[in-house]
Design a protein around this ligand. Sequence first.
Ligand SMILES: O=C(O)C1=C[C@@H](OP(=O)(O)O)[C@@H](O)[C@H](O)C1
Ligand SMILES: C=C(OP(=O)(O)O)C(=O)O
Length: 445
Amino acid sequence: MTHSDQTRPLQSRASGPLTGKVRVPGDKSISHRALILGALAVGETRISGLLEGEDVLNTAKSMQALGARVERTGDFAWKVNGVGVAGFAPPKAPLDFGNSGTGCRLVMGAVAGCPISAVFDGDASLRSRPMRRILDPLEKMGAKVISGGEGGRLPLTLQGARDPLPIVYTTPVASAQIKSAVLLAGLAAPGTTTVIETEASRDHTELMLKHFGADISSAQEGTHGRRITLKGQPELHGATVVVPADPSSAAFPVVAALIVEGSDVVLSDVMTNPLRTGLFTTLREMGASIEESEARGDAGEPMARLRVRASKLRGVEVPPERAPSMIDEYLVLAVAASFAEGTTIMRGLHELRVKESDRLEATAAMLRVNGVKVEVSGDDLIVEGRGHVPGGGTVATHMDHRIAMSALVMGCASDQPVSVDDTAFIATSFPDFIPMMRSLGAEFS
Ligand SMILES: O=C(O)C1=C[C@@H](OP(=O)(O)O)[C@@H](O)[C@H](O)C1
Ligand SMILES: C=C(OP(=O)(O)O)C(=O)O
């Protein structure tokens, strides 16, 4: 899906208490993986609660272009009939992943294990993001880059391996996308593919591979790392996947409820995989009232109901080893930190520089233009909280959904309204964000 070129500005102003019960959309990481594994399995996969955001819809289209049958059977309900491991057919046209790093990089891994070539492309944001980190291990496994931009940038043509080799690979940065690309290519290789990460990243690929019948195991490596071992050439069977609500999307109403006085908001079915909940841990350390109940799980992914009540927050120091478990949440944490009393120091954020935008600089700019004192020091972000935010600024979103949503959350409680230049990219991950926030009482106009 190509993104609409029309920009959609919006303003957010302080409202009365936010109240109500909502279910944010399905988890983006799990939605991509359900479609990809469904396409690599034999038989039928049924997915409920799929995120119908642009990023995931682009992955669905790419699976179809590679030969799987992908059908929408109802609201958030999808059916995939797969082609089997290494069974992708050559796509007739370039695969367009729009704004989505996850879709593009995971599908590169899956294509690398098939004897086909495919053109990978995306929007201006995705074209600027590094792909060498994916291509390096895939080339070791036998895939080849036929053509591509500088530093392996999109658009590029990848030729998959006829006889993929299993490898032992240590990821150079904590990245579930790198890990997943290697594991998906490793499905087609004979023998054992091993990925070692010195800091554990989200493990949805491992959990879902197991759910689809792969022989995969994971062991502790050092203090914070993991060693993942996958036996190649399994027969993956179609499965039923229930997608829990996305904690990275829940982050926005959670922070809004914390900073708007008198708020009391309930979020159902939020995924609570510990490799995704660093934001909730940090907010609790800051004094946030976030109560968890109705804990349950499906296919190894835990979920719970969260009740969030407005809270007085204080500044904290966030250690660098927590970064992988909240990598997409620092923008909205910086908003919470702006409303806290005292300094919040977030350490080890180098990976934020290579997301949909340079999120380290973009977050600092979002705060600065709204009167918050903030500093970027190397890879650290330092926010001086003063208990209130002046607001009054216009935030540049840089084709980045999470900047747009964070800025709108900031405006929910700032002294003056906060404007954003473009909300269009919110549709990549949280298409109902604006109406859902309004249903809780937010004033967006
Ligand atoms: O694997 C995934 O689903 C994701 C991994 C993370 O990226 P990295 O692997 O680049 O850290 C995260 O930022 C992204 O939103 C989703
Ligand atoms: C970084 C993100 O996604 P992706 O890498 O898939 O574009 C995100 O959703 O914040």
